[in-house]
Design a protein around this ligand. Structure first.
Ligand code: ADP
Length: 344
């Protein structure tokens, strides 16, 4: 098999079996959900208090970079409260009628999960406010002077929303999450190792103990990436070895995926390289970087930037993005003398 063929098998894109594997790997209880201890503690209290009062759980917001476990938490909340969960997302709710039909089809006690809540349009948000506050749906019928508002009473439901971009949520919407807004943090390497171990057991993959910290160290402190790399390493070990993920096989698989020792992918390096070589280290606007590397602004901001900032490679300033001295060092580029002092 040629290197290109193997690489195409290992690309991070979802393969058909990935979806069902993702479901299998998703923690089924708070005990299985590794880390984020403070959020778990808060949620347990909220759930228990609501159950004691026999009231529906208050609305919750989860925010933080992609792949950290926001959707999983929403499912866990539903499970712990024995509720049905209905799932939708900001971009999927295009018209007021879409939201009205979702809300009127809820049953008492349901959890409505809205992913990518920052993509809800303003009109939809305005319908959500009274729905969240008083469980009422205000619909305007007709136009002009003959228009009238009818009010429908909604079943008691809990809205659980998730976003990677909390700053884009309007403050009236944010303030209506009466149960709380919870920020998910990047995981420690130790917790990522636990997740890899657990996933390997579920998948029935044999993995050498040394390969676990190796994969963990390249996982950007993110469970979804850890699981993805484990699956790609398993593919590689099946194709190139006897199915056991050894340290050398894991190393080769990661090399083929062009993931370096800090977990940076080629696109991360391209972003840094562009800021440094094309724009003298910055400041440079996000759209300019995006246009230079032919990526979407949103993808850079939501997927790549958080980790580059976490590593201290990229800084966001009012005038644009700047590469730090660390980024120069990682790429093996010498910063110009006059810049060395300004760089941190
Ligand atoms: P998000 O909604 O934040 O993008 P998900 O909830 O979809 O992230 O999580 C991505 C995957 O990572 C899940 O399928 C799950 O298997 C795994 N995962 C996330 N958080 C945890 C955790 N705390 N413990 C174990 N696995 C996790």
């Amino acid at each position: 098999m040629s290197s290109d063929e193997i690489k195409s098998q290992l690309t991070p894109k979802k393969r058909s079996d990935d979806l069902s594997l993702d479901l299998a790997l998703r923690p089924k209880s708070f005990d299985e959900y590794v880390g984020q201890e403070s959020i778990k503690k808060n949620l347990k209290i909220l759930i228990e208090a609501a159950q004691k009062r026999n009231e529906p759980l208050e609305h919750l917001l989860f925010y933080g970079p992609a792949g950290l476990g926001k959707t999983t938490l929403a499912h866990l909340v539903a499970k712990e409260t024995s509720s049905q969960i209905k799932i939708t997302s900001g971009p999927a709710i295009e018209k007021v009628g879409d939201l009205a039909s979702i809300l009127t089809n809820l049953s008492p006690g349901d959890i409505l999960f809205i992913d990518e809540a920052h993509r809800l349009n303003k009109l939809i948000e305005e319908i959500l406010y009274p729905a969240m506050e008083n469980r009422s749906l205000d619909i305007i019928i007709g136009k002009g002077p003959s228009a009238r508002t009818i009010q429908l009473e909604l079943p008691s439901f809990t809205l659980v929303a998730a976003t990677t971009r909390i700053a884009l949520l309007s403050s009236p919407l944010r303030s209506r999450f009466s149960g709380g807004s919870f920020r998910l943090d990047f995981y420690t390497e130790e917790n990522i190792e636990k997740i890899i171990k657990r996933s390997a057991e579920i998948l029935g993959v044999k993995i050498e103990s040394g390969a676990i910290p190796l994969i963990a160290s390249r996982s950007r402190f993110t469970p979804r990436i850890a699981n993805r790399l484990l699956k790609r390493a398993r593919d590689y070990a099946e194709v190139k070895g006897d199915g056991i993920i050894t340290v050398p096989l894991a190393e080769e698989a990661l090399k083929l995926l062009e993931i370096d020792e800090l977990g940076l992918e080629s696109i991360d390096r391209k972003i840094l390289d562009t800021v440094i070589k094309k724009f003298g280290g910055g400041p440079v606007g996000l759209s300019t970087i995006a246009a230079s590397i032919m990526e979407e602004d949103d993808t850079i901001e939501e997927v790549y930037e958080p980790y580059l900032m976490q590593l201290g490679f990229l800084e966001r300033t009012p005038r644009g993005r700047c590469a730090t001295l660390r980024a120069y060092e990682h790429l093996g580029i010498t910063a110009p003398k006059q810049d060395q002092q300004k760089l941190i």
